[in-house]
Design a protein around this ligand. Sequence first.
Ligand code: GAR
Length: 236
Amino acid sequence: MSDIRPETKQAQARKKVLVLFSGRGSNMASLIAASMAADYPAIITHAITNVPDAGGLEIAERHGISSKVLDHKEFDTREAHEQALVELINAEKPDLICLAGYMRILTDKFVKQYRGKILNIHPSLLPAFKGVDTHHRARLAGVRIHGASVHFVDETLDGGQIIAQAAVPVEQNDDDESLGARVLEAEHRLYPHALELVASGKVRLSGSRIVVSNSNKSTMGGTLFSPSIEAKKYIR
Ligand code: GAR
C-alpha cells in the first residue's frame, strides 16, 4: 500500500501545515504519520529546510510532501534568508507552521507576522533548559523528571505559551543518549497531540494566554512521580 497521504475531501477542510526542519526530521515524520488518519484535523502540505542534506528531505519526499531547500549559507544576512523564507511560506498560505528541529534563530519581525500560528517542539520541560544540550544539562542539574514541550513561538529563544508537555523519568544509569532517546519517543507522541489541539481549535492563543476548551477533567488530575511511587502508598 502506498504511504502517500490521502487527498480526500476531508483533507481539504483540514488545517494546512508547513513544517520547517534542519535535521533528521523524526518529529516531522510523527506529524505526517498522525495526519494519515482521516479524522486528524491537520495535514502536512509543505516542508522547508535550511540544510541541503537534511535527513528529513527524504522523509518528506517519501510521503509526497512538497519540500524545498533554502540554504542560509547562500544568503549574506539572516534577514535576507528570512525574507526569502517568508516569500516561500506566504506563497503556500499555510494555516499553521510547525518548527520540527528548525535550528535557526528567528527574528522578531518573522515571529510577529505569524504569531499564534507557529508551534515549536523543544526537548525539555520549559521554561527549564532552553537552548541546546538539554539532556546533558538536565542530568547535571539532577532533575528526576525531564521531558518535552510544544509551545507557540514568541520573540524569545524557546519561549512562548506552552500548549502541551510530556514528562519522562530520569533513570539512575542514564547517559545523555539514553535520556535523549526516552524524551524523543515522548516527543513523537506529544507533537501530534499538540498540533491536534491547536488545529481542532481546542487550544488557542488569546492575547498572552492559552485557552483550553472541552478539557477532559478526568485526565487532568494525575500526578507524575519519579522515582515512581509505591502503589497506593499516599493515596487516600
Ligand atoms: C528534537 O529533539 C527537537 O525537540 C529539537 O531538535 C530535535 C530535532 O529532531 N528541537 C530543539 O532543540 C529546538 N530548540 P528531529 O529532526 O528528529 O525531529
